[in-house]
Design a protein around this ligand. Structure first.
Ligand SMILES: Nc1ncnc2c1ncn2[C@@H]1O[C@H](COP(=O)(O)OP(=O)(O)O)[C@@H](O)[C@H]1O
Ligand SMILES: [Mg+2]
Length: 366
């Protein structure tokens, strides 16, 4: 018997600052079904403005609200294109789960800021909007991140195989799904964001396609050791991070200036790969299978590096589990919206360190 569809939209815009991932998901069957997807790159000026807002500046409160309005318009435009592609009316959608754009992530100070004007997004789309997913978990003593492990836990567990779901966005995060153990999850450190920043500065490209530039350089061992000495990497979970720590200034403070740019790129790729491999070996012991998602899943040189660093693991893209690598996070935010609309807790205290399960997100009715 066909059940009526149960449609939610997930909108993710991550630390890479590449743009908006929008996914329309039908939750009416046993497994979530990706009904339509749309990627909308950020206009160059918006990316620049967002990068600038990561640094303290004069009048940043006013600027951040203007940018939040602009983001809401981008999210609304992505929603409209998505619905058009799917041939679905806004009235058929239960809610949008919109992550917003992180510009500060400071759980140690009790807050995380994802810019968005959720009221404007509800106004422009006529759909309920769930937004601000992280601060309730932080209020309960958690990191507010990562939030996707609860979704991975629901869709990707295996009864007797130790699996890791690895999302390589701007920051990389891991979910450890070990049989008979509670799920853990944490940010391992940089994913693509340092590689993206370095190639942008040297070649004007948004990212190093397939890791080709890095593959043509030589890792600088002394630099790699210095970067890996950052205490964040050895700290045990729960932990989360962002551009607040890993940024171009952090990298440049470790350079002497005479390095060949391609060698720095190779070293940054090794930093991402080695910090992920170290995290698996330290905190996700007995992992046999790794399923990769996020844009970094397309970086062939990075995946080869990871496979060499983790010979005991079979590394594949999340497609093998039936979830497209490019849409995992947007699907997870659609699911988080569904949890919020039903007032169901969606954080995993074992992941974030929160004192108790919480309903995540603020609801802005259409
Ligand atoms: N073909 C590719 N080769 C290398 N890197 C890629 C490729 N495609 C995407 N990426 C990387 O993925 C990033 C986007 O990943 P995404 O999962 O959207 O991250 P975020 O969630 O932080 O926005 C890009 O900035 C780029 O670094
Ligand atoms: Mg992205």
């Amino acid at each position: 018997m066909n059940r009526p569809s149960d449609l939610y939209i997930g909108i993710m815009s991550g630390t890479s600052l590449d743009g908006v991932d929008a996914a329309l998901i039908d939750f009416s069957q046993a497994a979530p079904r990706l009904a339509a997807s749309h990627f909308q790159p950020y206009p160059a000026a918006l990316k620049e403005a967002l990068l600038a807002l990561h640094q303290p500046s004069l009048d940043e409160l006013h600027q951040s609200q203007l940018i939040a309005n602009q983001l809401a318009r981008e999210y609304a435009r992505a929603t409209q294109t998505l619905l058009k592609k799917a041939g679905v009316a806004a009235a058929s959608v239960q809610a949008i789960g919109c992550h917003g754009q992180t510009v500060r992530h400071r759980p140690e100070h009790g807050y995380s800021i994802q810019l968005n004007n959720a009221a404007l997004l509800a106004e422009l789309t006529g759909i309920h909007v769930v937004s601000d997913f992280r601060n309730r978990d932080i209020a309960a003593g958690g990191q507010g991140a990562p939030l996707v492990p609860a979704f991975h836990d629901m869709v990707s567990r295996h009864p007797n195989i130790n699996r890791v779901i690895l999302n390589i966005g701007g920051i990389a995060n891991l979910t450890d799904l070990s049989p008979n153990k509670p799920t853990i999850g944490f940010d391992s450190g940089p994913g693509n964001l340092l590689m993206d920043a370095w190639i942008a500065g040297h070649q004007g490209k948004p990212y190093d396609k397939d890791g080709a530039w890095a593959a043509g350089g030589k890792v600088i061992p002394a630099l790699l050791q210095k970067l890996l000495a950052e205490p964040y990497f050895a700290a045990p979970p729960p932990k989360s991070t962002g551009r607040d720590l890993f940024n171009l200034a952090w990298l440049e403070s470790q350079l002497h200036g005479g390095e060949t740019p391609a060698d720095v790129q190779a070293t940054l790729l090794a930093l991402t790969g080695d910090s992920i491999a170290d995290a698996v070996n330290r905190f996700c012991t007995r992992t046999r299978e790794i399923y990769v998602c996020g844009g970094g899943a397309h970086n062939k040189a990075l995946l080869s590096h990871l496979q060499l660093a983790l010979p005991q693991c079979r590394i594949q893209k999340s497609e093998v589990l039936g979830i497209d690598a490019d849409w995992m996070e947007a699907i997870a935010f659609a699911w988080l919206a569904q949890q919020a609309m039903h007032l169901r807790p969606a954080n995993l205290p074992g992941v974030t360190g929160a004192k108790h399960p919480c309903v995540l997100g603020a609801i802005y009715p259409a």
